[in-house]
Design a protein around this ligand. Structure first.
Ligand SMILES: *Cc1c(COP(=O)(O)O)cnc(C)c1O
Length: 230
């Protein structure tokens, strides 16, 4: 059931990629399982699905400890420095680094446990006041200040585009992000890979893929609506 929906999303990604002449294999689908039970994740993991996204540190850690299949857990939510220690042993990629202070906290903790932590820089591409992430024009400067850290490796950029019913509306946001990625990549900064562009969610992943996303983060279309208990 959940796997069928996962496969439908995967198929839509592959089609969107082919429409613009991209190789679908370049695009990773991250199943965003926040608030969903472990059994939903296990159902996908049994079919070989490896990549899952979680927002909340406690939940990410708990699921990491309980999962019986090998998976990659992506930390995609806003991260407070005091939660870095909780998730670091369990996360393959942190998508939401938006300050030097946070990167330095990750550096310290990664050094302590003997890990090099892959991260993405979160960009507030549309300049929404309610969103975390830094302004596009400040991104290169932050990348340059984080680059020298030895236990942190920048792999690319991430954005959360505005919430829209019609994903097409976010096309300019995605294409600006792709340009920013290529621009920073062209600077060849030491210890920085600009290979990953994490963008696109349930409402707009097709458009994101057409505009160059290499990771899309999809929750609702796979697991159904989330219910938040107050
Ligand atoms: C919840 C969430 C998603 C998934 O959103 P859907 O609209 O359910 O696909 C993707 N990225 C981030 C950062 C999220 O918090």
């Amino acid at each position: 059931m959940i796997y069928d929906r996962y496969m439908a999303v995967r198929k839509a990604i592959d089609e969107a990629a082919k429409e613009v002449g991209r190789d679908p294999a370049e695009i990773t689908l991250i199943a965003v399982s926040k608030t969903k039970p472990l059994s939903d994740m296990e159902e996908l993991a049994e079919h070989g699905v490896m990549d899952f996204g979680e927002n909340y540190p406690q939940e990410l850690r708990q699921k990491a400890l309980e999962l019986t299949h090998p998976v990659r857990l992506h930390a995609i939510g806003h991260l407070q420095t005091n939660k870095v220690r909780m998730i670091l042993p369990h996360t393959s990629l942190i998508h939401s680094v938006d300050s030097l202070h946070l990167a330095e906290t990750i550096e310290k903790e990664a050094a302590r446990i003997g890990k090099v932590q892959d991260i993405l820089i979160e960009v507030n591409a549309a300049g929404e006041e309610t969103k975390f992430g830094l302004a596009p024009e400040n991104t290169e400067e932050l990348v340059r200040s984080i680059a020298p850290l030895q236990h942190v490796r920048i792999k690319g950029l991430m954005t959360i585009a505005p919430f829209v019913e019609n994903g097409e509306e976010n096309r300019p946001v995605f294409s600006d992000m792709h340009e920013l990625l290529l621009d920073i990549k062209s600077k060849n900064i030491d210890n920085v890979d600009m290979e990953i562009l994490s963008m696109g969610m349930t409402h707009d992943f097709r458009t994101a893929v057409q505009e160059g996303a290499t990771m899309v983060r999809v929750g609702t279309a796979i697991f159904g609506e989330r219910i938040y208990h107050q």
